[in-house]
Ligand binder design. Structure first.
Ligand code: BG6
Length: 501
């Protein structure tokens, strides 16, 4: 960010009374903190977006000196960020913000030292505390904070997923948090909400007159949401095998995308209005229950195959045991309200698919009557393709006349491309956590997930899992590097729809 924009953001920060004076990161030596959180904070620091006096205290079980922690962070910056962003003066200035206090959360040791390190700020100041630890430690961390006087009304808490494995366990976690931190001071992270293109969905829908009048069942045939990954288990054995794709990806990221596509216009861009509209969508999702689950869901698990030309092992081989965990899921969902009556939302996500690609396809209906005869080559209904990653672009497919003097009009589908990377060339692509950490430090909860949203998400997911268990549905094998089991193709083809690959 440059010039005027940066100045504006800085002045916003300076005038915010809710800005934290210190940021505490639990789990600071862990993978998420080292790979995402600290590099994101570094990015904010370099752009002058962190409040000048903001101290960052890292904490974890390891008994490290602050200097050793800083050295570890310097190594991570070098590993995860391009060399040209690592000017020595910037790195040193960033590292000088960092302190380290070892805390054994499970045994309650170290909280007093933490409080001492915070000094006056600990007692009354504005603090932002990020729990980047295993959820099994949340309760202990919250108790420790409360006992150390670090849960007062100036303190806010950010939590990373997984927040439970079903509605019941998620409620237990939320209750434990609520004991010390009321909802308005609880910031639940879904890192997809920090992605630029995801936020762009709101700009596209509500910043343009063009789309909203057509954004309903009268003009839209169906919506497809795909989050395809090429990676496999990535050494996350304990975590992933207990989760599966439905809970790891659909319960959170994909349902948030669906909510943003389907929501009614909020009255304004603020936390209450946006989240009120999202939760209405989530509550309007038709349950995929025992009666529907066999026809509305497909689950798969990858076997050996090849991705990007390289041979890869099957999931069970990576895991070292046979298991019924799904690494792929495809669903046909419905939002039962006026706007979306009869419009299917097809969702699919999986590991070891042929490409890394996240996108939303809005398929419009054909024009009611074609004035062109068969010599035109026929009309193709419009599509809006919103690509979230790896590249960010928005493409509208429209019909145009092929140039030429022939007597018959020949039509062709041509893309109208909005390449965000080209339109905003020169701006670096930010890590999703930069946006989220900045909002967390400033106390803006708009892009964080409210408890009622999480619970509506779980309720819908639990019904699907109940159906799978009831019918004894287990994952169908697919070859790594393919687009999932053939039944996923049948799921849409039955409706005359093809997945957009
Ligand atoms: C995480 C999931 O929430 O999102 C991972 O636990 C997944 O399994 C990741 O790989 C995908 O995130 P992104 O930003 O790479 O699309």
């Amino acid at each position: 960010m440059k010039g005027k924009n940066l100045d504006k953001t800085l002045s916003d920060i300076k005038t915010k009374t809710d800005t934290a004076q210190a940021l505490l990161v639990f789990g600071a030596t862990g993978d998420l903190a080292q790979r995402m959180l600290l590099p994101s904070l570094y990015g904010l620091h370099c752009d002058g977006l962190l409040p000048p006096g903001l101290g960052v205290i890292g904490s974890s079980r390891s008994a490290l000196e602050a200097s050793a922690f800083r050295a570890r962070v310097a190594e991570s910056l070098a590993r995860y960020l391009p060399a040209e962003r690592l000017a020595d003066a910037n790195v040193q200035a960033f590292l000088s913000r960092l302190q380290y206090v070892p805390v054994n959360v499970a045994e309650g040791g170290g909280f007093a030292a933490l409080q001492a390190a915070l000094g006056e700020q600990g007692g009354t100041g504005k603090l932002a505390i990020f729990l980047s630890t295993a959820p099994s430690l949340f309760s202990a961390a919250i108790n420790g904070l409360r006992e150390a006087g670090l849960a007062h009304e100036g303190v806010r808490l950010a939590l990373e997923k997984p927040l439970g494995h079903d509605l019941h366990s998620s409620q237990a976690i939320n209750d434990a948090v609520l004991d010390a931190f009321p909802e308005e001071r609880t910031f639940r992270i879904d890192h997809y909400l920090g992605k630029e293109t995801v936020q762009n969905l709101l700009a596209l829908r509500f910043g343009n007159q063009l789309f909203e009048p057509l954004w309903n069942a009268a003009a839209i045939d169906h919506v497809q949401i795909t989050v395809a990954e090429t990676v496999g288990l990535e050494g996350r054995i304990d975590f992933y095998d207990g989760m599966g794709a439905l809970r790891d990806m659909v319960q959170n990221h994909m349902l948030q995308l669906l909510a943003l596509v389907a929501m009614e216009p909020p009255a304004k861009y603020d936390a209450a209005a946006v989240r009120d509209e999202k939760v209405k969508v989530l509550r309007s999702l038709r349950p995929i229950d025992r009666a529907m689950v066999t026809t509305h869901s497909v689950l798969g698990q990858y076997g050996p195959g090849a991705v990007g030309g390289a041979p890869v092992a099957g999931y069970a081989d990576e895991l070292g045991a046979a298991t019924t965990t799904e690494t792929f899921v495809a669903l046909k969902a419905h939002v039962d309200n006026w706007r979306w009556k009869g419009v299917p939302f097809y969702l699919r996500t999986g590991k070891r698919l042929p490409v890394r690609q996240s996108e939303i396809l809005v398929q419009f209906k054909p024009v009611p009557h074609s004035i062109f005869d068969e010599r035109s080559g026929g009309l193709v209904a419009n599509k809006l393709l919103i690509k979230l990653q790896p590249e960010e672009n928005i493409r509208l497919l429209v019909m145009v006349k092929e140039p030429g003097l022939g007597r018959n009009v020949r039509l062709r589908e041509v893309p109208l491309d909005l390449s965000l990377s080209a339109a905003f060339a020169g701006q670096r692509q930010r890590i999703a956590y930069e946006r989220l950490l900045l909002d967390f430090i400033n106390g803006d909860p708009t892009l964080f997930v409210r408890r009622d949203e999480v619970e509506a998400q779980w309720q819908w997911i639990d019904a699907i899992r109940d159906g799978w268990a009831y019918h004894g549905m287990t994952p169908k094998r697919y070859t790594a590097g393919s687009w999932g089991p053939s039944s996923a193709i049948a799921l849409t083809e039955r409706d005359g729809v093809s997945w957009h690959d």
